[in-house]
Design a protein around this ligand. Structure first.
Ligand SMILES: [Zn+2]
Ligand SMILES: [Zn+2]
Length: 168
């Protein structure tokens, strides 16, 4: 989606509403395509005292694997975004300014960057996810395995052996 912001930049309009849906499902992040659903951007571009600013809320779904059990996790999220837009960057760009060449803003690129820095670094399918058994790899949320009880059995056996050697 490309927004033509010429009217705002040359002062013909004070503001322009932004309400669109982006397809960034091809975007790859951590060997994954986390934004498979359409992303909605709602807000406006406005000019105030010669400064053109984009302010919007981005509504999206973030899909990834649970940190513990690797099951798919899908989170509905929304983030506010705000950028000062300029037609040319002068010298030192501190990263706050977004250049809009020929008054045309490529919204997909801008939003993609914003989403990637806003996604949570910790993701669990549920707070008390029990994860995978480190021994046999079974998903402990849905199944149980004998690894843990075997471990306890082994400890008892060692205790038994110790007791017996004490007696001897
Ligand atoms: Zn999980
Ligand atoms: Zn196990």
């Amino acid at each position: 989606m490309i927004l033509d912001l010429k009217q705002v930049f040359i002062g013909e309009k004070k503001s322009m509403p932004v309400d669109c849906t982006l397809d960034i499902s091809q975007l790859e992040y951590q060997n994954n395509h986390p934004f498979i659903d359409p992303v909605r951007v709602k807000g406006e571009v406005s000019a105030e005292s010669g400064i053109v600013r984009l302010k919007a809320t981005v509504y999206f779904a973030y899909q990834c694997a649970c940190d513990r059990c690797l099951d798919a996790v899908k989170r509905q999220m929304q983030i506010p975004i705000e950028h000062v837009l300029v037609t040319s960057l002068s010298g030192d760009d501190d990263g706050e300014l977004k250049q809009v060449k020929h008054f045309k803003l490529v919204l997909d690129d801008l939003v993609s960057e914003d989403l990637i820095i806003s996604v949570p670094s910790k993701n669990l399918c549920r707070d008390d996810c029990r994860g995978l058994c480190p021994n046999c790899g079974i998903n402990l949320n849905t199944q149980s395995c004998a690894c843990q009880s075997n471990k306890i059995d082994n400890r008892f056996k060692i205790l038994e052996q110790l007791k017996q050697s004490d007696l001897q």
